[in-house]
Design a binder for this molecule. Sequence first.
Ligand code: GLN
Length: 537
Amino acid sequence: MPKCIYITGGVISSLGKGISSASIGKILESRGLKVSLMKCDPYINVDPGTMNPFQHGEVYVTEDGAETDLDLGHYERFTKTETTKFNNVTTGQIYNAVISRERRGDYLGKTIQVIPHITNEIKDRIKKAAHVSGADVVIVEIGGTVGDIEGLPFLEAARQFRLDVGYNNALYVHLTLIPYVKTADEIKTKPTQHSVGKLREIGIQPNILICRTEKTLSDEIKEKISLFCNVRKEAVIEAKDAQTIYQIPLVFKDQGMDNIILEHFGLRHKTTDLRRWKRDVVEKALYPKNRVTIAVVGKYTSLQDAYKSIYESLIHAGIHNDAKVEIKRIDSEEIEKTPPEKILKGVSGILVPGGFGYRGIEGKIKTIEYARENGIPFLGLCLGMQCAVIEFSRHVCGLKGANSTEFRPKTRYPVISLLEEQRKIKDLGGTMRLGAYPCKLKKGSLAAKVYKKTIIFERHRHRYEFNNRYRKVLSNNGILFSGIYRKKDLVEIIELKGHPYFIAVQFHPEFKSKPDKAHPLFSGFIKASLAYKKPKG
Ligand code: GLN
């Protein structure tokens, strides 16, 4: 059984538990350890796949096709770990499993209770994930904030876990807020004291506190936190607001957090450092030579988290091209009301992300027409590709009113439609085309040029596909179908001949980009955007 670190959060949500977990993973990897990370989400949904992005943020898709919490994206971006369906557990999944077992009669007449049946199921899943990962250390992030009713079974399971594996094989990290009160010019430790008190009521005494703060914590404050919260002073870690999230591993390592963890687990491991990460990621992100503005035109642009992986991938591509990427988030419905040249003036690249439903579609189509006609670098992702197909069919191929059957089931030109196998499906949860599929790239295409290979594996999350009946007419008019899933002859990539960078893909490349290994489609896009010369005036 690997060693296990539990991460909880207190005081308020949105303190960056996911990034802290991922950063702990990174500093442990820097000591030569293999890590795995998982997320426990206390909500009742089986997975976030059916949730509105405004509620939940992005749905992150794993290689094996699980629809998961966006924190798994942070785990994969910061560390070498590859997450699977085992790495995200929800209350919905836990109850689903326990109730099915009860219906089968597996509990032999017992009363089924939160303790031990639900907590056992939680622990079994954590142990299973730990086991299949083959990691030295498993980091388990518990969603929500300490004090939430629905999180209690997970915290209880985390408490019991130490009894099962032994004191030194489990470690608890609590992420908390030290607010600054402007009128008093003081930083306050009381919310943290309460939050740790709440954890202790459950029976968990944290070993490490990560303190989110705007101000530097003085020695005196650290001593106070240490005394009141019963945590060693050197384990009171300051996490001041950083300029880039990729700095956080350095912040933790500078304060010796990796040593504290290794010492607790009795692990002796080589000392390495994060020099390359610092040089190739952090410094590149902080001190770029160039600057470029990219418009992301979507439906959920008002929410920071809805296109998380896309924004991060753009930053990675910026790092790769030594450029700061300014992201202009534009609501596609705005483009339905105002001419695109007004809103998109000054941008050097346009990205249209994925999505569902008709709202905002016509704005996306207008945007793509504008990018195509003005030679502005364009990257379309999933629904972004489908909209590019609709746009080209309508405006170049003369297929008036062409559409996707998602938006207009009886359209005359269903250029995007459902495959037969999707038509029969009634349930919405977990039934899309999900996870990684191989795709063959056409020699000499832009896709083959940026990827520098001919077979790629990319992750999917969609129901609708390009309708092959229209391949010929689009091709005759200048579209190159440069990526195909051969087994079913499905179109995965389209590009426009004669345009500097017009490429759209049915899959989600944003799930595979890393800060030190930008995704080729994104780095190609930023490179083209840097080269794009804006018209004068
Ligand atoms: N709504 C489209 C489909 O289901 C696109 C999905 C997406 O962009 N993820 O095919």
